[in-house]
Design a protein around this ligand. Sequence first.
Ligand code: CAA
Length: 380
Amino acid sequence: MDFNLNEKQAALQEKFRVFAEAEVQPLAAKMDEEGTFDLGILKKLHEQGFMNIPYPAEYGGADGDYIDYALAVEELAKVDASTAITVSVHTSLACSCIDNFGAPWQKEKWLRPLLDGGKTGCFGLTEPTAGSDAAGQKTVAVPDGGNYIINGSKIYTTNAEFADTIVLFALTSPKLGTKGISAFAVDAKTPGVKIGVNIPRMGIRGASNCEVFYTDVVVPKENLLGNEGQGFKCAMMALDAGRIGVAAQALGIAQGALGLAIAYVKEREQFGKPIAAFQNTQFKIADLQTRIDAARLLVYRAAAAKSNHEPYGLYAAMAKLYASKTANDVAREAVQMLGGYGYARKYSVERFLRDAKITEIYEGTSEIMKMVISGSMKLV
Ligand code: CAA
């Protein structure tokens, strides 16, 4: 057991950190304020190797693993959680569905452009009335000759505004429950696909997160990923991987917020000395950094298990549950340490607090994580 990054991982981490600080950090407050993702950053994320990390070179991937990927998401989230989730949804939700269920020719057609062609993916699972109960879908795909006709709507589709490929879930056999859901690769420009507004929200305001409407969308049968009825399994497998991404995002938010607080307490003087000299501040920071390191170990354990092709869904759920709670607690304490300045927009710490909340909600709420964890423990 070795808890250190190897040389290659440390070099990658440094590369990700330099990019995040130089290219993303300067735009983060503006993207949050305006509620728009910067497409120049998206282009650079593709060019700089953030969008293809844990995929084989055979299809345009970087031949990396999930540790490399978690390092990238963490470094991005240290400066901007919106950029981190943009990478994460593309990588571990959209790309993994095609990688896991696509035939080789489908990977050539849809995965390769997402990995080395500058194209971006999104994941259409959640519906206005089907969130935690992901099987309660209403979107239908009805066979019609060589096509399916898809009708329905999805909500909270991250990356929707600029995605080229949508991995879309729809009912092909509504009476079969989870076995009646199928997955499709859908060109976002297909007639009948309408992207709604970027939903105004509390945090990750720089990301794109929209309602998407599907009206008589004609999708060729060749776009089916796997067999009919394998869609739920496809979505659940992708979400297991996605939860490593969200956990790494939460870890980055926590470390980023604490970093801002540490810089502040060293400078800020009250009662004649830097507030870092007060034991209350020191003990608080010691507690928070210990929790962040515990979260980091959980994230790396999940990422290592996935990379080693071992079962990892339980570890991913634990990592997400713990890291997301840590991110919220650390960001809240960071705001407190900055006091009035923490509450002010200008100092960015309040953005970390607003961004942290979603990590307890998307890609499986904390309550769903507890269901996954307790379910694996065979308590009943
Ligand atoms: N991997 C592979 N297969 C899985 C699986 C997994 N992790 N989890 C379940 N399955 C399979 C089961 O084995 C079962 O198959 P069989 O019938 O062959 O045995 C089938 O799926 C049904 O399983 P369940 O009976 O456990 O299904 P359920 O309906 O009770 O749901 C759940 C279980 C854990 C609650 C699941 O619905 C869930 O994870 N819900 C949360 C959904 C979620 O995370 N949504 C977020 C969407 S994405 C998003 O947030 C937006 C974004 O863009 C960021």
